[in-house]
Design a protein around this ligand. Sequence first.
Ligand code: ADP
Length: 285
Amino acid sequence: MKKILELKDISYRYPDGTGALSGVSMEISEGESIAIVGPNGGGKSTLLMILSALVPPSEGEIWIFGEKMDEKLIDNAKKMFPLRKRLGIMFQDPDVQLFSATVFDDVAFGPINYGISGKNLKKMVMGALRYLGIEHLAERHPYELSGGEKRKAALATTIVSDPEVLIMDEPTADLDPESRNEVVDVINRFRETGKTVIVATHDMEMVPEVAGRVIVLNKSIMMDGRIEDVLIDKEVMEKAGLERPYSVRILEILKKMGIPTEDFPFKTEEALKWMEHALSGHKED
Ligand code: ADP
């Protein structure tokens, strides 16, 4: 798979001297889906800002779509323009992305900047709203929306330009179960089209639902690997202050009991079905 993002030994310090990242290296290929997890203050949001080319690292190198990023390039709006279009970023706080009089205007903001107008603009905006099931919110004021609606509206501003990479900071934070599941569904639909997804999250149940790879971050990378290898590493998960998903905890019990678990799934819903089947004695049917 084509490498699209590469970090080489990067560090980041905020202007007040706070060190947020240290010696972080990674490669991300097209079509990968990655969850970034770790304790509060572990540097997840900072890493996403760097991966989104919003800030350059203090030290080290970052390459995005084969271009080496530095402060001069990042500040050059014209040069960055085609590259930014390929990266869709959803911030943790949806209010950062919603500042217009209507949801339609907020979602139209990006495409207008890319020179789109008239019928095409309407088609793009309404297409994004439809994709998220929120066409009916087009004329609403963003401040009037519920938490779930706001997050979906912010997601619409992110996907409207059809980015290749979707970078999301805590997309399910503060959502009720229904809205959370809808956001998970959107992420998976995006993945199914072969796009790249990078999600920073505390929602550990979501990790197996949306990601194939997990990076545990606490200023430096503690572990980077396939979900089935990382989530079962009790020591790393505990060190990072992370709760393992229920499926992983069930898996441990099954292993202790000597029950064969080769095909045990990591998504909680699937794990529960697997258990039901196994306990009813029909697993081999
Ligand atoms: P996470 O997203 O994992 O919670 P952050 O990237 O937000 O972690 O924060 C990493 C570190 O950088 C923390 O120590 C945090 O206090 C610090 N930090 C974040 N934003 C700023 C800022 N604007 N100025 C100074 N320090 C900051």
